[in-house]
Design a protein around this ligand. Structure first.
Ligand code: GLY
Ligand code: MN
Length: 483
């Protein structure tokens, strides 16, 4: 490549055709003879694609969205590539609402629903009659892979699909009240008049419609949890390498399982050994894993339909808990169980947190750490116990790890649970290494236990129950897997 590029300036090129292409300064020159030759002799690669599994439900989802905004035009972009550095992008992950309402996972597509009628504007496969397919680093088939054709998208997604080039004219068409999910697609943002309140309403409704999961979505979440279980098992199986390479090996081992069986991680893995476990979102994962420590693993696989698990286990590096570690672990476990036991339809979302925190506050009182009684510490105008619990116990889970986050506060988080919602229950105790208000032996210990809990008609189902939680079960499970 280096040799060819050195010849670049001396030969006739198709530079004018390259102006709209994503090319780099070190790419070799493209003489007309080469370009012309490249455009000939290719087979027709049109494929027959099966219907995407979301098709039977996406129409209903769009109908519910349209019902909230009768007669209006709703614009939901997939988004595009995000730069990591210079010409290197992150792997593309479409916007959740976009994919929820049509199933598409290709970049640069925009779903437009006008009074209930959907059209997907998509960037198709690059034709063999231009330079794009062999020169463009983002969209060219020979660089980035073959994109589906418009016909293939139409066939697999079961809705009308038009070329993305037609979107500008569609958005310029005035007379229909329009709402846009903003911040995803610069061209869409520039081509539509913003109305902050109106657009926020669309984001809110798109978020709230995802709160209750249907049976297919529950299967997706279960699959994400099951792959996550395998990833945790892989991690313990590699404990000798974990001792050698530390947190980085755990992160890498779990990621391998996520890529092998799912789409990706649902979020950056949190791997905290020793005092790193007291940093809630420790994603540097650069530390050693040492004998006698606990290691906190907060990891979740996103499956191929983009539903994610979010599971935390805190494991003794030696395979067995010390008496102090066990006592603290069992306190967190009791708090988590109280939270899980509180999950059922009709109760306030916040009551799960309350149930867990009541247990932890009393436990902290028993340890002699509180400056007041547990009841006083639990009062809304005090919350001093939270010095050692830090975060909320639950969040909604779905296609986003912190799912449905744009909902109206009175619906979520201040609303009630309903059958079909899925939430995490994840209390923790965190004693910072420099906390002078706790005995020395507690400093630098962090413990969190997190499961993914579905609200059922009469209670709940723990989707991540395959991973052991009790002291005895964790020790037996590690004992069966340790190398
Ligand atoms: N799993 C990380 C979080 O819930 O924030
Ligand atoms: Mn979580």
């Amino acid at each position: 490549m280096g040799e060819d590029s050195a010849q670049g300036p001396d030969v006739t090129t198709t530079a004018e055709q390259g102006e709209d292409l994503k090319v780099e300064s070190h790419d070799p020159a493209v003489p007309e003879a080469y370009a012309a030759f490249m455009r000939t002799g290719w087979a027709d690669v049109e494929r027959e694609l099966p219907a995407h599994p979301v098709v039977p439900r996406a129409g209903l989802r769009r109908a519910r969205l349209a019902e909230a905004f009768p007669g209006e035009r709703l614009v939901l972009p997939a988004g595009t590539f995000k730069v990591r550095s210079n010409d290197t992008d992150y792997r593309f992950r479409p916007d959740t609402a976009h994919t929820y309402f049509c199933g598409n996972q290709t970049t640069d597509a925009v779903l437009v629903v006008t009074d209930g009628e959907p059209v997907l504007y998509a960037r198709p496969r690059s034709g063999r009659d231009s330079d794009e397919f062999f020169r463009d680093r983002q969209y060219g088939a020979l660089w980035a892979g073959e994109r589906p054709s418009l016909r293939e998208l139409e066939q697999s997604l079961g809705l009308p699909v038009r070329h993305r080039d037609e979107l500008e004219a569609e958005l310029a068409r005035t007379g229909t009240k329009t709402r846009v999910l903003r911040g995803l697609d610069a061209e869409v943002d520039a081509g539509t008049a913003p109305d902050e309140a109106r657009d926020a309403e669309l984001a809110r409704v798109a978020s709230e419609l995802r709160l209750v999961k249907d049976a297919w979505e529950v299967d997706q979440l279960q699959e994400a949890c099951d792959i996550t279980t395998l990833g945790f098992e892989d991690s313990v199986r590699e404990w000798d390498r974990v001792r050698e390479f530390g947190e980085r090996w755990l992160e890498g081992t779990f990621f391998r399982r996520a890529r092998a069986m799912g789409n990706d991680l649902g979020y950056d893995s949190i791997v905290g050994a020793g005092s790193h476990a007291t940093t809630l979102h420790w994603i540097d994962n650069t530390g050693p894993v040492l004998p006698g420590q606990l290691v906190l693993l907060d990891m979740g696989v996103e499956n191929r339909n983009l539903y994610t698990a979010d599971v935390t286990r805190t494991l003794p590096v030696d395979g067995t808990f010390t008496p102090l570690q066990r006592d603290l672990y069992e306190l967190v476990l009791a708090a988590q169980q109280a939270g899980i036991d509180a999950v059922r339809p009709g109760v306030a979302f916040t009551s799960i947190h309350q149930a867990s925190m009541t247990v932890l506050a009393h436990g902290l009182g028993d340890l002699g750490l509180l400056p007041c009684s547990p009841e006083e510490a639990l009062a809304p105008d005090s919350r001093v116990y939270a010095r050692w619990t830090l975060h909320g116990t639950s969040h909604m889970l779905g296609m986003d790890v912190h799912d449905c986050a744009r909902s109206a506060p009175e619906v979520y988080p201040r609303g009630d649970l309903a059958e079909g919602m899925c939430l995490t229950v994840e209390p923790g105790l965190y004693f910072q290494a420099d906390d002078l208000l706790v005995p020395e032996e507690l400093r630098g210990i962090g413990i969190r236990i997190e499961d993914d809990v579905l609200v059922t008609a009469d209670g709940s189902r723990n989707l991540s129950a395959a991973l052991p939680r009790t002291v005895a079960d964790v020790e037996a499970w590690m004992g069966s897997l340790l190398p």
